[in-house]
Design a protein around this ligand. Structure first.
Ligand SMILES: [Zn+2]
Ligand SMILES: [Zn+2]
Length: 354
């Protein structure tokens, strides 16, 4: 089949394959490798210069070298769909653009649908977070009096959650007090000299992420002359495992999580009503995760006054569903998801991108 570039009209050949209708030259000109400017976070040890990379602390020659590794590991979030591999040849011209962010140029080689490579030079932005790596902390030999254990209901922390914790640990007033940071498969343990700092770390995480805190105290020494109890305070900080799009029951009524922050969860009930639930209520059990038996996606084929017709694209099956008030806004082509909770079936529109 003979095909031509939609922009310049050049004939497709083996040397000039078309990528979604574009020749490589026009692809670069009209679409480009990146769909948005890469925004990276570089976590460095302020003492030895090592880089936190994929959960480990590794030696790195320079900031340029660190950026190459981070961009190559994390490019997928920033590139157009056709890019299936990215090699960074060079990082140049690092300069500060504001208080927190730097910019540099990345010379990249991108593979497009495994058919061809294109080269380009693009701006990337990044932030540098300075902290102290576990090795360097050990050398300081300070003794600790408190431990903050950051965990999640998931059983592990996401990369975003880990970065968030490191951001807090490097804050002035906190970083100087830290004796040791260690990561394990369940989360992060932070040892501090002062229990007050440990409590501050825990409360910042709670404010931002809606965590639940449990404190315990282990006595090491009791001084009868002063009546002082010396020991180690352990603060367990448990992050909620809430995702946008989760179905939760609030006081027995199901809804979809549309947004959440450290203080509240925004739930869209299946009848379309939006409710705000305090994070405390999540932890007190007012929100529960129902057993969702069935979860299927349909496309709206059409509707009349009483019925909505849904198409299961995978099987071709057509399903009829009562057209309740909350479904009046559904139009042909909209996508919905069905849930079965207990003996009831619910239809919910899917928001773009979730
Ligand atoms: Zn072209
Ligand atoms: Zn270090």
């Amino acid at each position: 089949m003979t095909r031509y570039c939609v922009k310049c009209g050049i004939l497709e050949t083996e040397e000039t394959p078309l990528i979604n209708g574009y020749c490589p030259k026009c692809y670069l000109e009209y679409k480009g490798v990146f769909k948005k400017t890469p925004l990276l976070e570089v976590i460095l040890c302020s003492k030895c210069g090592s880089l936190r990379f994929k959960g480990k602390w590794v030696y790195t020659r320079s900031l340029e070298d660190a950026l190459v590794r981070i961009l190559e590991a994390d490019y997928k979030r920033f590139v157009n769909d056709e890019v299936d591999n990215l090699i960074v040849d060079n990082i140049t011209n690092i300069h500060r653009i504001n208080k927190n962010y730097y910019e540099a140029y990345a010379e990249v080689n991108a593979s497009l649908q495994s058919k061809t490579y294109v080269k380009g030079k693009y701006a990337v932005r990044f932030r540098v977070v300075k902290t102290v790596c576990p090795n360097c902390l050990k050398k300081t030999g300070k003794s600790f009096n408190a431990i903050v254990q950051v965990r999640s209901e998931r059983g592990y922390l996401t990369e975003d959650e880990i970065n968030h914790v490191y951001n807090i640990l490097m804050e002035p007033g906190i970083s100087e007090d830290i004796v040791e940071i260690s990561e394990n498969k369940n989360g992060i343990d932070v040892k501090t000299m002062s229990p007050v700092i440990a409590k501050r770390i825990a409360s910042i995480i709670t404010r931002d992420k809606g965590a639940k805190i449990i404190e315990s105290f282990k006595l090491r020494k009791y001084d009868p002359s002063t009546g002082r109890r010396l020991g180690i305070i352990t603060i367990s900080v448990r992050l909620p495992a809430i995702n946008i799009g989760d179905v939760l029951l609030y006081k027995g009524v199901p809804g979809v999580v549309r947004e959440y922050s450290g203080s509240r969860i925004i739930l869209e009930k299946f009848d379309g009503e939006i409710i705000r639930v305090k994070m405390d209520e999540y932890w007190s059990g007012a929100l529960v995760r129902p057993h969702v038996v069935l979860e299927k996606e349909y496309v709206v084929l059409g509707y009349d006054n009483t019925t909505i017709y849904l198409l299961d694209e995978a099987t071709g099956e057509i399903k009829e569903y009562p057209r309740q008030i909350n479904l009046y806004s559904l139009r042909e082509g909209d996508r919905v998801r069905s849930y079965r909770i207990g003996d009831k079936m619910y239809i919910v529109r899917i928001e773009g991108g979730d």
